[in-house]
Design a protein around this ligand. Structure first.
Ligand code: GTP
Ligand code: MG
Length: 276
């Protein structure tokens, strides 16, 4: 088995920062976690990538090509499709290491995860290569501190879940930037209760909310009924917070459990061989 986190989410939500934070935490705790950069337009990140899509194709290649003439978003999709067409390259770069653990730092265009097929296809490839994958959907906590935004963020998370059909964790990033009062507000949502959300939105009493109160209510019920939509806060300034997130994801992809089995097998004395 091999292990992977597919780190996705809107532009600037903190994906690359998360990857470097996890790598550092892993190093400090004697683990090896590598990162693959899948953002063909990336300019800066604080980790040493194991594989970098830009070595295969850079966004500029797609945009500056006289025939292709892509804009930034079409260009990005083109780059990822090129990666899929060259998945032998990716497979070779990844190597074939048993029990390896890799974070895939993805681009920030949300449509890649909500409805385009390209990421889904990449996931299929990774699964063929024996990766057990957890999607890690990052969302900036600063955009989640009122009812309407929370519902909108939740719907985004849901559509990623439905499109990628994988184990899934939602992470609220940049918790260190929240004020005390914003933090309190957010706490009300962490175990999503649509009734709190709705009451909160009704307090706004805008014309729109009056008119669509029923719609909002139904959305609230969908969120509650799915109860899959749960958010884990991450404060990268607190080691314990990072540790909790990693532990949660490790459990989901069953990292360590198989290794335990292997150790046990190994320790079992072989009756045929008394030398070891
Ligand atoms: N204070 C604080 N800043 C953060 C945190 N995470 C990210 N940032 C900042 O937010 C900005 C965007 O972070 P990135 O990690 O580049 O976000 P990204 O999701 O990789 O962005 P794209 O790849 O462009 O989609 C940077 O200036 C980071 O320093 C966090 O947990 N706390
Ligand atoms: Mg990034």
């Amino acid at each position: 088995m091999r292990y992977a986190q597919l780190v996705v989410g809107p532009a600037g939500s903190g994906k690359s920062t998360y990857c470097s934070t996890i790598v550092k935490h892993a190093t400090d705790t004697n683990r090896i976690i590598d990162v693959v950069n899948l953002d063909p337009a990336a300019e800066h990140f604080d980790y040493e990538p194991l594989v970098d899509i830009r070595e295969l194709i850079h966004l500029d290649d797609a945009m500056e090509d006289e025939e292709l003439q892509f804009g930034p978003n079409g260009g990005l999709v083109f780059c990822l499709e090129t990666l899929l067409e060259n998945c032998d390259w990716l497979e070779e770069q990844l190597g074939d290491v048993d029990d390896d653990y890799i974070l895939f730092d993805c681009p920030g265009q949300i449509e890649l995860y909500t409805h385009l097929p390209v990421m889904r296809k990449l996931v299929d490839k990774l699964q063929q290569w024996n990766f057990r994958i957890c999607v890690v959907f990052m969302i900036d906590s600063q955009f989640m501190v009122d009812g309407a935004k929370f519902i909108s963020g939740t719907m985004a998370a849901l559509s990623v879940m439905v499109n990628l059909e994988l184990s899934h964790v939602n992470i609220l990033t940049k918790m260190d930037l929240l004020s005390k009062s914003a933090r309190k507000q957010l706490d009300n949502y962490l175990d999503p209760d649509p009734h709190i959300l709705l009451a909160d939105m009704r307090n706004g009493k805008s014309k729109w909310h009056e008119k669509y109160a029923k719609l909002t209510e139904s959305i609230g019920e969908v969120i509650e009924n799915f109860s899959l939509v749960r958010f884990y806060p991450l404060n990268i300034k607190e080691e314990e917070s990072i540790d909790n997130i990693l532990l949660t994801i490790d459990n989901i992809i069953q990292y360590g459990e198989d290794a335990d089995v292997k150790v046990r097998d190994f320790d079992e004395p072989d009756p045929e061989d008394n030398d070891e």
